[in-house]
Design a protein around this ligand. Structure first.
Ligand SMILES: Nc1ncnc2c1ncn2[C@@H]1O[C@H](COP(=O)(O)OP(=O)(O)OP(=O)(O)O)[C@@H](O)[C@H]1O
Ligand SMILES: [Mg+2]
Length: 265
Protein backbone atom coordinates (compact mmCIF):
# COMPACT_ATOMS: atom_id res chain seq x y z
CA UNK A 1 0.00 0.00 0.00
CA UNK A 2 1.45 3.37 -0.98
CA UNK A 3 0.72 6.52 0.90
CA UNK A 4 -1.55 8.91 -0.90
CA UNK A 5 -0.26 12.11 0.61
CA UNK A 6 0.93 14.60 -1.94
CA UNK A 7 3.93 16.40 -0.48
CA UNK A 8 5.10 19.23 -2.71
CA UNK A 9 8.10 18.09 -4.75
CA UNK A 10 9.65 21.53 -4.87
CA UNK A 11 9.68 21.77 -1.07
CA UNK A 12 12.85 23.38 0.26
CA UNK A 13 15.32 20.99 1.87
CA UNK A 14 15.24 20.89 5.66
CA UNK A 15 18.25 18.58 5.72
CA UNK A 16 20.81 18.46 2.95
CA UNK A 17 23.89 16.28 3.09
CA UNK A 18 26.50 16.37 0.34
CA UNK A 19 29.38 13.95 -0.15
CA UNK A 20 29.67 12.95 3.49
CA UNK A 21 32.78 11.00 4.46
CA UNK A 22 33.11 9.32 7.83
CA UNK A 23 35.76 6.92 9.05
CA UNK A 24 36.45 5.32 12.40
CA UNK A 25 40.25 5.18 12.34
CA UNK A 26 41.14 3.52 9.06
CA UNK A 27 37.65 2.06 8.56
CA UNK A 28 35.63 4.11 6.11
CA UNK A 29 31.98 3.88 7.08
CA UNK A 30 30.45 6.58 4.86
CA UNK A 31 32.24 7.02 1.54
CA UNK A 32 30.55 10.04 0.02
CA UNK A 33 26.84 10.03 0.85
CA UNK A 34 24.41 12.71 -0.33
CA UNK A 35 20.90 12.87 1.00
CA UNK A 36 18.13 15.46 0.96
CA UNK A 37 15.02 15.59 3.12
CA UNK A 38 12.68 18.26 1.70
CA UNK A 39 10.15 19.85 4.02
CA UNK A 40 7.20 17.59 4.65
CA UNK A 41 8.85 14.52 3.13
CA UNK A 42 9.63 11.16 4.67
CA UNK A 43 12.93 9.58 3.65
CA UNK A 44 13.59 5.98 4.65
CA UNK A 45 17.09 4.57 4.93
CA UNK A 46 17.39 0.85 4.38
CA UNK A 47 20.39 -1.45 4.11
CA UNK A 48 22.18 -4.37 5.72
CA UNK A 49 23.57 -4.31 9.20
CA UNK A 50 26.82 -2.34 9.19
CA UNK A 51 26.04 -0.42 6.00
CA UNK A 52 26.30 2.90 7.88
CA UNK A 53 22.66 3.88 8.50
CA UNK A 54 22.98 4.81 12.18
CA UNK A 55 26.29 6.52 11.52
CA UNK A 56 24.64 8.67 8.87
CA UNK A 57 21.86 9.70 11.28
CA UNK A 58 24.36 10.50 14.03
CA UNK A 59 26.51 12.57 11.65
CA UNK A 60 23.36 14.33 10.49
CA UNK A 61 22.51 15.66 13.94
CA UNK A 62 26.18 16.33 14.70
CA UNK A 63 26.41 13.69 17.41
CA UNK A 64 29.34 12.33 15.37
CA UNK A 65 31.96 14.27 13.49
CA UNK A 66 32.41 13.59 9.79
CA UNK A 67 35.68 14.17 7.96
CA UNK A 68 34.47 15.75 4.74
CA UNK A 69 31.30 16.79 2.94
CA UNK A 70 28.65 19.34 3.78
CA UNK A 71 25.56 19.34 5.96
CA UNK A 72 22.97 22.12 5.82
CA UNK A 73 19.74 22.75 7.73
CA UNK A 74 17.11 24.95 6.17
CA UNK A 75 19.74 26.09 3.69
CA UNK A 76 22.23 27.12 6.39
CA UNK A 77 25.49 25.16 6.11
CA UNK A 78 27.24 23.78 9.17
CA UNK A 79 30.39 25.82 9.73
CA UNK A 80 33.44 23.63 10.28
CA UNK A 81 36.93 24.20 11.58
CA UNK A 82 39.89 21.92 11.01
CA UNK A 83 40.23 19.31 8.33
CA UNK A 84 39.86 15.57 7.99
CA UNK A 85 40.03 13.71 11.30
CA UNK A 86 40.37 17.06 13.10
CA UNK A 87 37.25 18.58 11.55
CA UNK A 88 34.62 19.71 14.08
CA UNK A 89 31.71 22.17 14.02
CA UNK A 90 33.21 25.63 14.42
CA UNK A 91 30.28 27.28 16.12
CA UNK A 92 28.91 25.63 19.23
CA UNK A 93 25.82 27.82 19.32
CA UNK A 94 25.00 26.86 15.74
CA UNK A 95 25.56 23.18 16.55
CA UNK A 96 23.21 23.33 19.54
CA UNK A 97 20.58 25.21 17.54
CA UNK A 98 20.72 22.64 14.73
CA UNK A 99 20.63 19.75 17.17
CA UNK A 100 17.57 21.05 18.97
CA UNK A 101 15.83 21.36 15.60
CA UNK A 102 16.35 17.66 14.93
CA UNK A 103 14.82 15.24 17.41
CA UNK A 104 16.02 11.70 17.46
CA UNK A 105 14.07 8.57 18.42
CA UNK A 106 16.18 5.51 19.21
CA UNK A 107 15.61 1.79 19.01
CA UNK A 108 15.97 1.44 22.79
CA UNK A 109 13.67 4.40 23.66
CA UNK A 110 16.27 5.91 26.06
CA UNK A 111 13.69 7.33 28.46
CA UNK A 112 15.06 8.62 31.76
CA UNK A 113 14.14 5.94 34.28
CA UNK A 114 14.09 8.30 37.28
CA UNK A 115 11.46 10.59 35.72
CA UNK A 116 7.77 10.01 35.12
CA UNK A 117 6.53 9.88 31.54
CA UNK A 118 5.27 13.46 31.74
CA UNK A 119 8.60 14.66 33.18
CA UNK A 120 10.46 12.83 30.40
CA UNK A 121 8.46 14.67 27.76
CA UNK A 122 8.82 18.05 29.48
CA UNK A 123 12.50 17.88 30.41
CA UNK A 124 14.29 19.13 27.27
CA UNK A 125 11.92 22.01 26.44
CA UNK A 126 12.31 23.19 30.07
CA UNK A 127 16.07 22.78 30.43
CA UNK A 128 17.37 23.22 26.88
CA UNK A 129 14.86 25.69 25.45
CA UNK A 130 14.01 27.27 28.83
CA UNK A 131 10.34 27.45 27.94
CA UNK A 132 7.53 28.35 30.30
CA UNK A 133 6.51 25.35 32.43
CA UNK A 134 2.75 25.70 32.02
CA UNK A 135 3.03 25.94 28.23
CA UNK A 136 5.34 22.93 28.09
CA UNK A 137 3.08 20.90 30.36
CA UNK A 138 -0.03 21.48 28.30
CA UNK A 139 1.86 20.64 25.10
CA UNK A 140 3.35 17.51 26.70
CA UNK A 141 -0.07 16.29 27.86
CA UNK A 142 -1.56 16.91 24.42
CA UNK A 143 1.27 14.96 22.77
CA UNK A 144 0.89 12.03 25.16
CA UNK A 145 -2.79 12.03 24.28
CA UNK A 146 -1.95 12.15 20.59
CA UNK A 147 0.26 9.04 20.86
CA UNK A 148 -2.43 7.29 22.89
CA UNK A 149 -0.90 7.18 26.39
CA UNK A 150 -2.50 10.17 28.14
CA UNK A 151 -3.27 7.85 31.07
CA UNK A 152 0.46 7.16 31.63
CA UNK A 153 1.56 10.69 32.51
CA UNK A 154 2.44 9.82 36.09
CA UNK A 155 3.79 6.34 35.44
CA UNK A 156 7.49 5.47 35.42
CA UNK A 157 9.08 4.18 32.22
CA UNK A 158 9.59 0.71 33.72
CA UNK A 159 5.80 0.43 34.20
CA UNK A 160 5.14 0.77 30.46
CA UNK A 161 5.27 -1.80 27.67
CA UNK A 162 7.94 -1.34 25.02
CA UNK A 163 5.40 0.05 22.57
CA UNK A 164 4.15 2.53 25.15
CA UNK A 165 7.71 3.55 26.02
CA UNK A 166 8.50 4.14 22.37
CA UNK A 167 5.36 6.25 21.95
CA UNK A 168 6.45 8.27 25.00
CA UNK A 169 9.86 8.72 23.35
CA UNK A 170 8.13 10.00 20.19
CA UNK A 171 6.06 12.44 22.28
CA UNK A 172 9.28 13.58 23.94
CA UNK A 173 10.90 14.18 20.54
CA UNK A 174 7.84 16.11 19.31
CA UNK A 175 7.69 18.28 22.42
CA UNK A 176 10.88 20.02 21.24
CA UNK A 177 8.88 21.17 18.19
CA UNK A 178 11.73 20.09 15.91
CA UNK A 179 11.98 20.90 12.22
CA UNK A 180 12.68 17.26 11.50
CA UNK A 181 12.56 13.90 13.25
CA UNK A 182 15.22 11.21 12.94
CA UNK A 183 14.22 7.64 13.78
CA UNK A 184 16.78 4.88 14.21
CA UNK A 185 14.94 1.56 13.95
CA UNK A 186 12.04 2.73 16.10
CA UNK A 187 10.22 -0.61 15.96
CA UNK A 188 12.94 -3.22 15.97
CA UNK A 189 13.11 -3.73 19.75
CA UNK A 190 9.37 -4.49 19.85
CA UNK A 191 7.20 -7.57 19.47
CA UNK A 192 5.17 -7.52 16.24
CA UNK A 193 1.91 -6.46 17.89
CA UNK A 194 3.61 -3.62 19.77
CA UNK A 195 5.34 -2.55 16.56
CA UNK A 196 1.97 -1.78 15.07
CA UNK A 197 1.10 0.82 17.73
CA UNK A 198 4.34 2.65 16.96
CA UNK A 199 3.88 2.28 13.19
CA UNK A 200 0.44 3.87 13.55
CA UNK A 201 1.95 6.91 15.29
CA UNK A 202 4.66 7.23 12.61
CA UNK A 203 2.01 7.02 9.88
CA UNK A 204 0.03 9.79 11.57
CA UNK A 205 3.15 11.96 11.62
CA UNK A 206 3.79 11.24 7.93
CA UNK A 207 0.19 12.19 7.11
CA UNK A 208 0.80 15.51 8.89
CA UNK A 209 3.75 16.13 6.55
CA UNK A 210 6.40 16.06 9.22
CA UNK A 211 9.90 15.98 7.81
CA UNK A 212 11.43 12.67 8.84
CA UNK A 213 14.35 10.38 8.14
CA UNK A 214 13.60 6.83 9.23
CA UNK A 215 16.15 4.05 9.47
CA UNK A 216 14.22 0.82 9.43
CA UNK A 217 14.41 -2.88 8.73
CA UNK A 218 10.63 -2.92 8.33
CA UNK A 219 10.17 -2.79 4.55
CA UNK A 220 6.43 -2.49 4.90
CA UNK A 221 6.80 0.62 7.04
CA UNK A 222 9.28 2.08 4.52
CA UNK A 223 6.93 1.31 1.63
CA UNK A 224 3.91 2.74 3.42
CA UNK A 225 5.24 6.03 4.78
CA UNK A 226 8.11 7.13 2.53
CA UNK A 227 8.26 9.65 -0.26
CA UNK A 228 11.79 8.54 -0.98
CA UNK A 229 13.77 5.43 -0.09
CA UNK A 230 17.56 5.28 0.09
CA UNK A 231 19.38 1.93 0.01
CA UNK A 232 22.77 2.16 1.65
CA UNK A 233 25.35 -0.51 0.86
CA UNK A 234 28.83 -0.51 2.42
CA UNK A 235 28.80 3.21 3.03
CA UNK A 236 27.50 4.27 -0.39
CA UNK A 237 24.03 4.81 -1.77
CA UNK A 238 23.55 1.85 -4.09
CA UNK A 239 20.05 2.79 -5.19
CA UNK A 240 17.36 5.34 -4.31
CA UNK A 241 13.98 6.45 -5.53
CA UNK A 242 10.27 6.44 -4.80
CA UNK A 243 9.11 3.42 -2.76
CA UNK A 244 7.01 1.86 -5.51
CA UNK A 245 10.03 1.72 -7.81
CA UNK A 246 12.54 0.63 -5.17
CA UNK A 247 10.37 -2.14 -3.82
CA UNK A 248 8.47 -2.92 -7.03
CA UNK A 249 11.24 -2.75 -9.59
CA UNK A 250 14.69 -2.72 -7.97
CA UNK A 251 17.39 -1.93 -10.52
CA UNK A 252 20.49 -3.40 -8.89
CA UNK A 253 21.37 -6.96 -7.88
CA UNK A 254 22.44 -5.65 -4.48
CA UNK A 255 19.01 -4.27 -3.69
CA UNK A 256 17.26 -7.35 -5.12
CA UNK A 257 19.38 -9.57 -2.86
CA UNK A 258 18.76 -7.35 0.15
CA UNK A 259 14.99 -7.32 -0.41
CA UNK A 260 14.74 -11.07 -0.86
CA UNK A 261 16.82 -11.62 2.30
CA UNK A 262 14.57 -9.17 4.21
CA UNK A 263 11.42 -10.86 2.96
CA UNK A 264 12.73 -14.20 4.21
CA UNK A 265 12.77 -12.95 7.81
N1 LIG B 1 31.98 4.00 17.44
C1 LIG B 1 32.42 3.20 16.46
N2 LIG B 1 33.73 2.85 16.39
C2 LIG B 1 34.19 2.05 15.40
N3 LIG B 1 33.42 1.56 14.41
C3 LIG B 1 32.12 1.85 14.44
C4 LIG B 1 31.54 2.70 15.44
N4 LIG B 1 30.21 2.82 15.20
C5 LIG B 1 29.98 2.11 14.08
N5 LIG B 1 31.10 1.53 13.62
C6 LIG B 1 31.24 0.68 12.42
O1 LIG B 1 30.67 1.41 11.34
C7 LIG B 1 29.95 0.53 10.48
C8 LIG B 1 28.54 1.06 10.28
O2 LIG B 1 27.85 1.01 11.53
P1 LIG B 1 26.36 1.53 11.70
O3 LIG B 1 26.04 1.37 13.12
O4 LIG B 1 26.24 2.86 11.08
O5 LIG B 1 25.57 0.48 10.80
P2 LIG B 1 24.01 0.28 10.60
O6 LIG B 1 23.77 0.32 9.14
O7 LIG B 1 23.26 1.22 11.47
O8 LIG B 1 23.81 -1.22 11.10
P3 LIG B 1 22.58 -1.91 11.92
O9 LIG B 1 21.53 -2.19 10.89
O10 LIG B 1 23.20 -3.15 12.47
O11 LIG B 1 22.14 -0.95 12.98
C9 LIG B 1 30.02 -0.84 11.10
O12 LIG B 1 31.01 -1.57 10.44
C10 LIG B 1 30.42 -0.57 12.53
O13 LIG B 1 31.17 -1.62 13.04
MG1 LIG C 1 22.04 0.97 13.13
Amino acid sequence: MMNDKAAPFDAAPVIQIQGLLKAYGSVEVLKGVSLTAPRGHVVSLIGSSGSGKSTLLRCCNLLENSQAGDIAFDGEPVRWKGQGAARVPADRAQMMRFRTNLSMVFQQFNLWSHMTILQNVMEAPLTVLREDRAAVESRARALLDKVGIADKCDAWPAQLSGGQQQRAAIARALCMQPKALLFDEPTSALDPELQQEVVRVIKDLAAEHRTMIIVTHDMRLAADVSDHVVFLHQGLIAEEGPPDRLFGAPQTDRLRQFLSASAAH
